[in-house]
Design a protein around this ligand. Structure first.
Ligand code: COA
Ligand code: AMP
Length: 716
């Protein structure tokens, strides 16, 4: 008999209407939807028509009501909703559902008094403190739309997002506390971003942290003290009731990197999000409701934070752990396991990068073993990994530990998804029978499917996953190809981009003539139907499970007066998976011949590296810091139409990090000059072949005789 996970998936694809109407019962609706799915055609201003779909189109709901009020009304007000663990500030706080309601209804009242109304956008730029969760819930309570921006983004990146989202207000804090570096003031970033943005928010609410205040508020530009406003509102009994919105109204917009420099505003619709997220947290994560504790080590600036720190856990009435700290260094590699122990965590979610960092600092797994031997990790039923590919060795290491010290049958679950889709596309369901729409459909007590290290599991309900070639034709099992999704996507997924339907079509549908949604990932399905996500097929790179556009990094680098051309590719990194690596061409190249060293710019190459890297850090953020630069002339291959062949450079760098300098790379017949590929290969060989050289920047000039390298710089 088929496993319940396979049965559930088939049910969801064969009859989405029946499947999702059944699961819509998990929500308290203000207006119950009469149907789950409607399909339409959309015509773009350019005249192109494409398929469009809506989930629960005539339903109405309040997500905050479902996350908070209903638990209090139904007698669960004293259950713990949020535990805040902040090893960096040495604090720990807990909030019951009743306390969360008290915080959120007053804050929503404050926001209303400050002019925020249903349909307005409010940007959140905050560290990982409880106020960030109250902020999102309060905005949602008013039927407004939040747009959270990761606190590690620099002012110009924040400005881009403010300009695109046009928020009525910005909610921020006086500082973030990043690792062991101490308080990082947010004021310069927020003020600079607002200065740079053409759109100006009317109000900026500032949560004052004891570690570092904001300084004197600039009232004229709308700055207000958050806590003062709340205190005052509380005295006056100001509160806001939940405002229901249409199922298809946006709950939030989250900006993510596209292939160009401009971020894409992914729109999350309220109804589909609520229904799909409740199913995913119960079905895939096995977090079924009150009494279950989930610890998601992410940030509210990312989709993972939205879905599995905030909305998923609270919708089912579970306890969520909000963590302000790092996997290592705050204070050590045992930090995560202590959080699990102290809070009796049942389900944990992190990125493979974090586990690699832990493994590096604690190669013997001393911390895990210590806690495990005390029996302190017995509550842990699963460890979820996503954000980037999990190499088999990391899964195997932690599966061995979990089998020894976790709950019986505990699994390490690699699962694959993206900002666009809002919940996992693949994984191993921890409570598969939750998805069945009729008890007779499968054997209810089945254990989860076995994991296969290296694979991200099997499809989740509503996601029709296919592997196709570049013409959109499906390929046989076991063959690598583009991973695409059939329409409609599952209810948590986007159906458009904020104010940019045309880009939605061009970015996701056009490549395969509107037939499939392009995920931008490449991989294969094995004989048992498990999906293996191997790499990106587009110009996006993944650094420490954060996603960046190569185009955006190139734009930052091109601001340097020396740089005429830049091409960014991922370089493998033992902790972060990948880091950005740059090929640059000087704007005014030296001509070659004679003493070329003297003809290079007077500035020392390591200084140049620092200047270029600091542009990336100040334009995008320090999380996008470069892992190296090669500069030269005639080393960036192009097609005859002038398109940069990043893929060729990427393959050269990839091969070189494995020591395979002569391995074949796929050079398209349209290459303008095959000699450039040869030159690129030589310079990459030079950069990566010397073990003693931790070169960060090397220079290359063509037509120089034997060795094209003119300087090789030792890293500082
Ligand atoms: N605010 C301000 N700066 C930030 C920041 C934030 N929220 N987050 C990171 N930075 C800065 C860091 O201070 C660092 O600055 P530096 O170059 O001046 O030292 C830089 O950005 C890079 O940070 P990070 O990528 O976090 O590297 P790290 O070396 O400090 O830490 C890891 C390495 C592996 C511990 C860290 O990358 C990590 O925790 N990764 C897991 C990420 C994750 O969970 N992703 C999942 C998202 S779903
Ligand atoms: P983001 O939108 O920032 O969440 O990034 C999504 C991208 O991260 C995906 O499109 C993949 O490229 C990558 N990703 C996420 N999870 C996985 C996984 N489990 N395996 C491989 N890649 C992943």
């Amino acid at each position: 008999m088929a496993h319940p996970q396979d049965i559930v998936h088939q049910l969801s694809i064969r009859d989405p209407e029946a499947f999702w109407q059944h699961h819509a019962q998990a929500i308290t609706w203000h207006t119950r939807p009469s149907r789950a799915l409607s399909r339409q055609k959309k015509t773009l201003p350019s005249g192109t028509t494409h398929d469009h779909w809506s989930w629960f189109p005539d339903g109405e709901l309040s997500t905050t009501y479902n996350c908070v009020d209903r638990h209090v009304r139904e007698g669960r007000g004293d259950n713990v909703a949020i535990i805040w663990e902040s090893p960096v500030s040495g604090r720990r706080e807990t909030y019951t559902y009743r306390q969360v309601l008290e915080e959120v209804e007053v804050l929503a009242g404050v926001l209303h008094e400050q002019g925020v109304r249903k349909g307005d956008v409010v940007v959140i730029y905050m560290p990982m403190i409880p106020a960030v969760l109250f902020a999102a819930l309060a905005i949602t309570r008013l039927g407004a739309i939040h747009s959270a921006v990761f606190g590690g983004f620099a002012a110009p990146s924040l400005a881009q997002r403010i300009e695109a989202a046009r928020p009525r207000a910005v909610l921020t804090a006086s500082c973030g506390i990043e690792g062991t570096k101490g308080p990082l003031p947010y004021r310069p970033m927020v003020e600079e971003a607002i200065k740079l943005s053409a759109s100006k928010p009317e109000k900026v609410l500032i949560w004052q942290r004891p570690e570092l205040g904001w300084g004197k508020l600039d009232h004229a530009s709308g700055q207000r003290d958050w806590q003062e406003l709340v205190q005052d509102a509380r005295k006056r009994g100001v509160k806001a009731h939940p405002v229901p919105v249409k199922s298809t109204d946006p709950l939030y917009v989250i900006y993510t990197s596209g292939t160009t420099g401009l971020p894409k505003g992914v729109v999350r619709e309220a109804g589909g999000h609520a229904v799909g997220l409740i199913l995913s947290i119960r079905y895939l994560f096995g977090v079924r409701g009150p009494g279950d504790v989930i610890f998601t080590a992410s940030d509210m600036g990312w989709v993972v934070g939205h879905s599995y720190i905030l909305y998923g856990p609270l919708m089912v009435g579970a306890t969520t752990v909000l963590y302000e700290g790092k996997p290592v260094g705050t204070p050590d590699a045992g930090a995560f396991w202590r959080v699990v122990e102290r809070n009796k965590v049942n389900v944990m979610f992190t990125a493979p990068t974090a586990l690699r960092a832990i493994r590096k600092d604690d190669p013997e797994n001393k911390y895990f073993e210590e806690s495990g031997k005390r029996g302190a990790l017995r509550t842990l039923r699963s460890l979820f990994l996503a954000g980037e590919r999990s190499e088999p060795s990391i899964v195997e290491t932690f599966q061995t530990l979990l089998s020894k010290y976790g709950a019986p049958g505990a699994q390490v679950v690699d699962h694959w998804w993206s900002t666009e889709v809002g919940s996992p596309i693949t994984g191993i369901a921890q409570h598969a029978e939750e998805g069945l729409t009729d008890k007779k459909q499968g054997s209810p007590a089945a254990a989860p499917l076995a994991i296969k290290p290296g694979s991200a599991g099997k499809p989740m309900p509503g996601f029709d996953v296919r592997i196709v070639d570049d013409n959109g034709k499906e390929v046989p099992r076991g063959t690598m190809g583009n991973i695409v999704l059939g329409i409609p996507l599952a209810p948590t997924a986007f159906t458009t981009l904020f104010n940019d339907e045309e880009r939605f079509y061009k970015g996701y549908l056009k490549r395969f003539d509107g037939r499939w949604i392009d995920t931008g990932d490449a991989g294969y399905v094995d004989a048992d139907g498990y999906i293996n996500v191997m790499s990106r097929s587009d110009d996006i790179i993944n650094v420490a499970a954060h996603r960046f556009s190569t185009g955006a990094i190139e734009q930052a680098i091109l601001m340097h007066p020396f740089v005429g051309e830049a091409s960014i590719v991922p370089k493998q990194d033992s902790i972060k998976g990948h880091v950005p690596f740059a090929f640059i061409t000087p704007k005014h190249p030296p001509t070659g011949g004679g003493n070329n060293k003297q003809r290079l710019p007077a500035r020392a190459p390591d200084a140049l590296f620092n200047e270029i890297n600091s542009l990336v850090r100040t334009q995008i953020g320090p999380i996008a810091s470069l892992g190296g630069i090669i500069q030269g002339v005639g080393i960036i291959p192009k097609t005859r139409s002038g398109k940069t062949l990043r893929r060729v450079l990427r393959e050269l760098v990839d091969n070189a990090t494995r020591g395979e300098f002569d391995a074949a790379v796929s050079v398209p017949p349209t290459v303008e000059d095959a000699e450039v590929v040869r030159a690129a290969r030589e310079v990459v060989r030079e950069y990566f072949s010397s073990e003693k050289v931790k070169a960060r920047l090397i220079c290359y000039l063509p037509s120089m005789g034997k060795c094209p390298i003119v300087s090789l710089i030792q890293a500082s």
